[in-house]
Design a protein around this ligand. Structure first.
Ligand SMILES: [Zn+2]
Length: 237
């Protein structure tokens, strides 16, 4: 079942490795079929080298396996919670990519310091708080999702498609698994740039709001004009 989604999710997991965001097996990508309420995710602890679409695991949004020979990623309940809370997302990525994880471990958000950041995230990439002892004792992975959802109560997950789980690492999302991977790549790049910028200038102010808005809106939303128009792409295909 969900063969196309399995191929997409498998390819997205392999792309994470190609992009250098994965050490050992610390990373996973999922995708959702909203019409069926089912998600497809990487199996837990399986080496990337032999990863095939057949190895992907289908679960429901309570994390129960619906189809698959392997156990799903241990982060499955976190992904599921994000799909439930953020209605427009179709893919979720988790990594321990080094610079984004460094900000997460510092408990420090990544402010928008430049246009690279503004092109992808409309504002600071926030930090979701540490889970409490009670939240860690039971349903830990589900509760990581809960603290992320809590952090986004006053934020738009479509405009800021990523978060730093405090003391842990980044989660990103997007309309599909491929886009969620792109956002993971962008987040690691802006985290690296921000760390270097803070080293040069610890008191650097964030990018002014008019430039944040300009750069975000030229790539996203009704007035977007960055890249090729869809009609033009059709012509050259
Ligand atoms: Zn993790």
């Amino acid at each position: 079942m969900l063969e196309t989604l399995k191929e997409i999710v498998c390819a997205a997991n392999l792309e994470l490795v190609r992009q250098g965001l994965v050490t050992l097996t610390w990373g996973n990508v999922s995708g959702i079929d909203r019409s069926r309420g089912l998600m497809v995710i990487k199996p837990s602890g399986v080496a990337y080298a032999g990863l095939t679409p057949d190895a992907m695991v289908v679960t429901d949004l309570d994390g129960r396996v619906v189809e698959g020979a392997f156990a799903p990623s241990s982060d499955t309940p976190t992904h599921a919670r994000l799909y439930q809370a953020f209605a427009n997302i179709g893919g979720v990525v988790h990594t321990h990519s080094a610079y984004a994880t460094a900000f997460a471990q510092a408990g420090r958000e990544i402010p928008c310091l430049g246009t690279t950041h503004a092109d992808h995230f409309h504002g600071a990439v926030p930090v979701a708080r540490l889970p409490t002892a009670a939240e860690a004792a039971e349903r830990y992975e589900r509760n990581i999702g809960e603290v992320i959802v809590e952090r986004f109560r006053a934020l738009d997950p479509d405009a800021v498609p990523g978060v730093l789980a405090a003391g842990h690492g980044p989660f990103t999302w997007g309309p599909d698994p491929k886009k969620a991977v792109e956002n993971a790549v962008a987040l690691e790049a802006v985290a690296q740039m921000a760390a270097a910028t803070f080293a040069l200038c610890p008191d650097v102010p964030p990018l002014p709001a008019h430039l944040l808005d300009k750069h975000y809106r030229r790539k996203h939303g009704p007035g977007a004009y960055y890249g090729q128009k869809k009609d033009h792409l059709k012509e050259i295909q």
